[in-house]
Design a protein around this ligand. Structure first.
Ligand SMILES: [Zn+2]
Length: 107
């Protein structure tokens, strides 16, 4: 896996590849939004400061017979324009469908 393959095969053009884990017959790609793509989820400003991360797991398309998960390192952002601290909005996922990371660790 690579950032380029994430972009071309999975359509995740704003994501950076971090690492791959192989766990209990599954494949887990760790990803994070590229710094240049970070925006305030409230007002859309790019004038933001990173304030830590939240981890979420999303199931995505399998590779062969192997289940594949995206382990998202979601950034918390402080916006210098509107003053709010919010999690970035993910371009690729419905956060309501995320699998809690604790469950993923039990795989
Ligand atoms: Zn803002």
């Amino acid at each position: 896996m690579s950032t380029s393959l994430l972009s071309h095969a999975f359509g995740l053009t704003d994501q950076q590849y971090l690492k791959t884990e192989y766990k209990e017959g599954t494949v887990i790609f760790h990803i994070r939004t590229k710094d240049s793509k970070l925006r305030c989820s409230n007002c859309g400003s790019r004038n933001v400061i990173k304030k830590g991360t939240v981890e979420r797991l999303f199931r995505t398309l399998p590779i062969g017979l192997k289940p594949v998960y995206l382990f998202a390192h979601i950034q918390r952002l402080h916006c210098n324009d509107c003053g709010l601290i919010r999690q970035e909005r993910l371009s690729y996922a419905d956060e309501k469908k995320a699998i809690p990371v604790e469950l993923a660790n039990a795989l």
